[in-house]
Design a protein around this ligand. Sequence first.
Ligand SMILES: [Zn+2]
Length: 279
Amino acid sequence: MKRNQNTLIQPVSYQGNGLHSGLPVSMTLCPAHAGSGICFRRTDLPGTAPIPAAAEYVTNTLRATTLENGPAKVFTVEHILSALYAMQIDNCLIEMNAAEPPVADGGALTFTQMIRRAGILAQDKPARTLLLPHEFSVYEGPKFIVALPYPCLRITYTSINSHPMLGTQVLDITITPESYEKEIAGARTIGFTWELEALKKLGLGKGGTVENAVVYSKTGCLSKLHWPDELVRHKILDILGDISLVGPVNAHIIAVLSSHKLNAELASKLLDFRRKEEL
Ligand SMILES: [Zn+2]
């Protein structure tokens, strides 16, 4: 499935507050030239260079993906990156007047709606989709993530959680802009009341609410679920954000209990392979 690179037809803006900082931010997605990729620009730090959404600029993935270029930094960028990636937007300049994008709906639905509002423009250069000659895998105890050769992008995720309302959830989905908008984008981050208290003590999670996150207590759920298996859908949203740094790839990704850390390790293996291919 060959396709050309895509950008947006026109800029589109959204104002909100960051998930961790709670700070107000205005974010504008702008069209960008073919071959320029996804870049962030801090409009509140004039004169600073754009920050490419590329592996070399990732400085921290502990709680949220952070990208840095000199004095300019952005963090919690994984959901906007997931939306642009799944919607096949290859070139976009993301302008923000603060370090953290708006949490918006807590998933990527607001961002896919922004992309639809802006319109998608096919550009005159082909997108280079990575094809795998063999499997790539990362294992850590019972957790793993594997990428197998496959003719398009498909993800199968298994989540196993001891919470009585979560249990085992499995979802197998072929990722297209349409399937992502319908089945994945609306899935929010899961949090537990005790984790949120700990985060707030660290000065994080200030923008989190029971609307933009699915919050569970020991025995119940304080949020209204969008799907009974919203957890596994959000895990797939996060994988797409993490592998977006590799660029377009055809693979069947099979993951069991994988986290940002394992996803990032798989992305770096795929990226090493892509670089050798392109030499
Ligand atoms: Zn997430």
